[in-house]
Design a protein around this ligand. Structure first.
Ligand SMILES: [Zn+2]
Length: 300
């Protein structure tokens, strides 16, 4: 079977599964008490860079609307808990996979797609020094290897283009040439609007309080979490219940025709990425160098 045919078949099965799951969900697991998924937003048209932590624009969302994204999985012990928590509330999210984790846990990656979640890409090795500190050729190879690993894990085949053209840089550490290279291929680059700082050691209660406070201030946005962190998956059920209580809603991003609905950053906007990188990777040497990809993944 050609890649294109496999892709069409996978998409057909996914939409049938989503339909069946939605009907079943509406009938039993997801009554009016569940948070649910309020709407789906198609990402498409000219590829762009999205997320106020790094870029001067984000997704156009309504007040009280949030997009949940999870990085660094799949990691079965914690990712399975996240999937259960999301299923219990009929919430759809987006998982940005590390390719080598998808290679190691293809069944978990498949379960994400089967449950109707979106699977984007987050490099193959999540190099400890970030992609920014690899040579451009090495960074491109790591990105493409990651996309291929994710597609192999989820649909059983990898072609020249990703099934879902969504990418997030490890540590948000992009470069101009890599951004241009991805966007020329129609791949949208996701940053985030807010996060739970879940790379710091925290109790689930502390993480929940921190995130809810930030959500209350932001009122909307793309949230970055990590399904590899126990504290995050432990606090997730309470987060979803609390969102329901406060009247907040979930928007789910999927690849589509677009154009992507965008909103410009406020006038006083400034990127937080450089200072975050300095804080999280103070010892990372500046500029491209002959650094391998064997370092431990950074916290983002
Ligand atoms: Zn990451």
């Amino acid at each position: 079977m050609t890649h294109r045919k496999r892709l069409r078949r996978a998409r057909r099965l996914a939409s049938l599964a989503a339909l069946a799951w939605g009907v079943a969900g509406a009938a039993c697991a997801c009554g009016p008490q569940a948070l649910g998924t309020a709407r789906t937003i198609e990402i498409g048209g000219p590829a762009t860079e999205i997320g106020l932590k790094t870029y001067p624009r984000t997704l156009k969302l309504d007040d009280g609307e949030f997009v949940l994204t999870f990085d660094d999985g799949p990691n079965p012990p914690t990712t399975d808990r996240a999937l259960r928590a999301l299923a219990d509330e009929c919430v759809k999210a987006t998982f940005f996979l590390i390719g080598r984790n998808a290679d190691a846990a293809p069944d978990t990656a498949k379960a994400e797609v089967a449950a109707g979640h979106t699977v984007g890409h987050h490099s193959y090795s999540h190099p400890g020094v970030t992609l920014r500190n690899l040579s451009e050729a090495a960074a491109k190879a790591d990105i493409d290897r990651g996309i291929a690993a994710d597609d192999r894990a989820t649909i059983g085949a990898a072609g020249p283009q990703p099934t879902t053209p969504f990418f997030r840089f490890p540590g948000f550490a992009d470069t101009g040439p890599l951004d241009d290279w991805l966007m020329t291929r129609g791949i949208t680059i996701f940053g985030a609007d807010l996060w739970a700082s879940d790379w710091l050691p925290m109790t689930p209660d502390a993480e929940l309080a921190l995130l809810l406070g930030r959500m209350e201030t932001a009122r909307k946005g793309i949230i970055l979490l990590h399904d590899t962190h126990l504290s995050t998956v432990q606090m997730l059920p309470a987060l979803l219940r609390e969102m329901k209580k406060r009247g907040w809603r979930i928007a789910h991003i999927v690849p589509g025709k677009g154009p992507t609905p965008l909103a410009p950053a406020p006038a006083n906007w400034a990127s937080e990425t450089e200072k975050t990188l300095e804080h999280l990777w103070p010892k990372a040497p500046p500029g491209p160098g002959a650094i391998g990809t064997s370092g431990e993944p950074g916290p983002l």
